[in-house]
Design a protein around this ligand. Structure first.
Ligand SMILES: Nc1ncnc2c1ncn2[C@@H]1O[C@H](COP(=O)(O)OP(=O)(O)OP(=O)(O)O)[C@@H](O)[C@H]1O
Length: 596
């Protein structure tokens, strides 16, 4: 997709609103034709060469009416513009965000969060601006045609002198835009790097202090800022130079017209009214020329922004950006969306089917960066079973569950839920089908209670039950405001174990058929993990569990253990079976004694 079709598709999104906007702005740009003619009539009337039917006061009244009419048109124009441009911006941001969120977790964005924010903010703004200015093109052309017709009828030579600068400017701008585009890309890139560096620094304050890396970081920040300053100055200088070309060539044109008109007036071939009409239209021609230049600049900037937005898609087609999706701007849209999401709350397909058997065959995923991962994994989970995935560090346990849950895009293999193929595991494995606790929990700057519920309704003591099952009940009274305490990056910092148990409570508060825990042992002591499995067994009913662990408390309870090694299944069976036949398993089993 090129920049033109990108803009065209965005315009087509709400074509009706765009057309109304075009109509409003065409009328706004055309409106000065009337006061121009009235000015001419006014001066001709004063000079005694006019033949107006309404007299001086009539002309003044019409002039006031025309001005008020233009003010009203401009108000309408701004309203239609807001409706049109913000829909375009919102659609882009919405589509990008949807794409980013749908990408499997490990490859959500190819740049730092700071850079991604600058794409979302600046590149979308540029696109919005270009779309908004495209509306003016029609009105500007219409004004140029009608006013030239009127002016040519008065004096063709003078008219030529009004429009020649326009041609010069457009040609000059065309020649300079390739360079401007290059400078713009460089300044954007430099800004994104500075924003990225700031966000990295804020995110890693502790690590920076521990490593005593302040000086090095400040130096790097200074270097990046200097680079940004340089590229920004170049970019601004180029834009301003182009701008000055636009205005100055028009000024020279104005001078020429004044000289020529003065000469002709003396000769009596040109009335005062004609002169005032030329001067009046010239102001608008000046605006028109700089507006054409602005539109061209915005269009160029948009093409840079478009390329950067496309790079955020990581290979997905650019059409993703312009897909026609609802924006839920009014209550009716929101309600119908709610109804739809209620109907589809069970993920894929209309009917929610309880888990009988979950089967994966030949599951394969390798990280492009390291070529490591998992290969050819077969796995069966029966309803109510407790399956533990174990193995040494880096053997592929996390990769296996993330691939199964669709958080990493499988390269090969099939997943079947009750025998039926699961097309999009990322969309399918959500509550109430499945709930998942990651190895590294993510907490938000919000109350502990809201971190657990995350919008899920609190009812029938489900919150208390989840807190108990996640062995968090003794921690809550120690927090200053209990469940109301604000935690996360801007609240109080929980210990690693507390954070992990909060994440577990978040998972357990949701009713799910399948609970998936990634390794809790990294932050929980042996005793707490044992308690957690005890409680899980008491309360889970016939829910199915898939757990990554190397702790005896989990292994001893497992119906089935999968022992991973180097991305493949090395052995599987019950703890008893594996103890008798796998030396790797024996090592893992005995390792805990040393750890404990
Ligand atoms: N984001 C990544 N990019 C590249 N390689 C990765 C990435 N994450 C993991 N790997 C590699 O893939 C292999 C499997 O990693 P994985 O995290 O699944 O192991 P694990 O058994 O869960 O380890 P741990 O016990 O440390 O959690 C390892 O060799 C690891 O180095």
């Amino acid at each position: 997709m090129n920049t033109y079709s990108f803009l065209y598709r965005l315009i087509r999104y709400r074509f009706g609103i765009y057309l109304i906007n075009v109509l409003a702005w065409t009328m706004i740009h055309m409106a000065p034709i009337v006061p121009g003619l009235l000015t001419k009539a006014f001066f001709d009337e004063l000079a005694g060469s006019g033949a107006s039917l309404v007299g001086i006061w009539g002309i003044i009244a019409l002039f006031v009416a025309a001005s008020l009419g233009r003010v009203a048109l401009i108000i309408v124009g701004f309203i239609t513009d807001v409706h049109s441009r913000f829909r375009i911006g919102m659609l882009l941001r919405r589509n990008m965000l949807e794409h980013v969120l749908k990408e499997p977790g490990a490859k959500a964005i190819p740049v730092s969060p700071g850079e991604a924010i600058s794409h979302f903010r600046d590149d979308v703004d540029q696109t919005e601006e270009a779309a908004s200015w495209s509306v003016d093109v029609f009105g500007m052309i219409a004004f140029a045609v009608v006013s030239s017709y009127i002016l040519i009828r008065i004096d063709a030579m003078l008219t030529l002198l009004v429009f020649v600068p326009l041609i010069v400017v457009v040609t000059a701008a065309q020649l300079a835009t390739a360079r401007l585009q290059k400078y713009r890309a460089a300044s954007r890139e430099a800004t994104a790097k500075v924003t990225g560096a700031i966000s990295e620094m804020f995110g890693n304050v502790q690590a920076i202090q521990i490593a005593r890396a302040e000086k090095r970081l400040v130096e790097r920040f200074t270097r990046l800022s200097e680079e940004r300053r340089r590229t920004m100055v170049r970019d601004r200088l180029m834009s301003e130079a182009l701008d000055s070309v636009f205005t100055n060539s028009v000024n020279i044109g104005t001078g020429l017209i004044l000289l020529l008109a003065g000469y002709k007036m003396r000769a009596g071939a040109f009335t005062v009214g004609d002169f005032s009409l030329f001067v009046y239209y010239l102001t608008f021609v000046t605006q028109l020329i700089s507006n054409v230049g602005k539109f061209m600049t915005f269009f160029k900037q948009m093409s840079v922004g478009f390329a950067r937005l496309t790079s955020l898609l990581q290979g997905a087609p650019a059409q993703v950006l312009t897909a026609f999706n609802p924006l839920y701007l009014n209550k009716r849209d929101t309600k119908s969306a709610d109804d739809k999401s209620d109907a589809g709350a069970d993920g894929e397909g209309p009917a929610f089917e309880r888990l009988g058997r979950l089967e994966a065959t030949g599951l394969t995923y390798r990280y492009p960066e390291s070529g490591r991962g998992i290969e050819g994994i077969d796995l069966v989970l029966r309803r109510g079973s407790f399956t533990v995935i174990t193995g040494t560090i880096g053997s592929g346990k996390t990769t296996l569950i993330r691939t199964l849950l669709g958080l990493l895009p499988k390269e090969a293999g099939n997943i079947r839920w009750n025998g039926r193929l699961v097309d999009k595991p990322g969309d399918f494995f959500v509550p109430p089908r499945s709930a998942y606790t990651a190895q590294i929990p993510r907490l938000y700057s919000d109350k502990l209670k809201d971190n657990i519920l995350l919008g899920y309704p609190q009812r029938d003591g489900n919150l208390q039950k989840a807190i108990h099952s996640a062995v968090l009940e003794d921690d809550v009274p120690h927090l200053q405001e209990g469940l109301e305490t604000v935690i996360g990056p801007r609240g109080i910092k929980l210990s690693g174990g507390q954070a992990q148990r909060t994440a577990a409570a978040r998972m357990l508060v949701r009713d799910a058929e399948l609970y998936v825990f990634d390794d809790l042992s990294s932050a929980l002591d042996v005793e707490t993990e044992r308690k957690l499995w005890d409680r899980m067994f008491e309360s889970r009913g016939d829910a199915t569990c898939l757990v990554v662990s190397h702790r005896k408390a989990a292994l001893a309870r497992a119906d089935h253990i999968i022992l991973m090694n180097n991305g493949r299944i090395e052995a599987e069976g019950t703890a008893e079976e594996l103890l008798s036949r796998s030396s790797s398993f024996r090592k893992l089993w005995n390792g805990e004694d040393e750890e404990g």
